[in-house]
Design a protein around this ligand. Structure first.
Ligand code: FMN
Length: 170
């Protein structure tokens, strides 16, 4: 028997969008998403990853990690401190639910979108639960990342509500 999905009336969904970027593309995507989903039912806040560490996840909650990829498949410079701190501090993130938008370029075949994938790996290792699939954007595909992400986000937010309502009713 399928589990009944309960909606918690008048409970806004609080979403923190964490932005890892080198040249600003991901920031543009995050700003578009923030405007699109922040509607009273969902409260969204975009934050650059600059100067953050693993304490950004203290208290749990819902996060959307948006990250590009540089170097040998690394996270961008402004995301390094946060990423390294997760690896060294290794906090229990079982109260964290998250999604990932990974920006990259398939020209870098071996390391395509590894920045976002690295965040996905470490968060899941630390007990956080991903909602939905990772959205991969290829800069060589001829599509605009902010448009692809805007098409994706409504379905993802609906999935988050569904998932969190199931957990609240369990
Ligand atoms: C020097 C350089 C290295 C890059 N390395 C990779 C890479 O290893 N893998 C990948 O998928 N994309 C790579 N990219 C593509 C970027 O991640 C992609 O263009 C992204 O949209 C940039 O977003 P940003 O402006 O927010 O940093 C690289 C781009 C540059 C300029």
């Amino acid at each position: 028997m399928p589990q009944r999905i309960l909606r918690v009336a008048n409970m806004p969904l609080d979403l923190t969008i964490l932005v890892g970027t080198m040249t600003g593309t991901v920031q543009l995507v995050a700003q578009e998403l923030e405007l699109r989903v922040d509607d009273g039912d969902t409260r969204a806040q975009a934050r650059l990853m600059d100067n953050l560490d693993s304490r950004a996840f203290d208290g749990g909650g819902l996060f959307l990690i948006c990250s590009s990829t540089y170097g040998q498949g690394d996270v961008p410079d402004n995301a390094k401190q946060l990423y390294d701190s997760l690896q060294t501090a290794r906090p229990d993130l079982s109260g964290v639910r998250y999604g990932v938008i990974a920006l990259g370029d398939r020209t870098y075949a071996e390391t395509f979108c590894n920045g976002g994938r690295r965040f996905d790996r470490i968060l899941s290792e630390l007990g956080a639960k991903r909602i939905g699939e990772v959205l991969l954007h290829d800069a060589s595909a001829g599509t605009m990342p902010e448009e692809v992400a805007a098409e994706w986000i409504d379905g993802w937010v609906a999935l988050c509500r569904e998932q969190m309502d199931i957990e609240a009713s369990a």
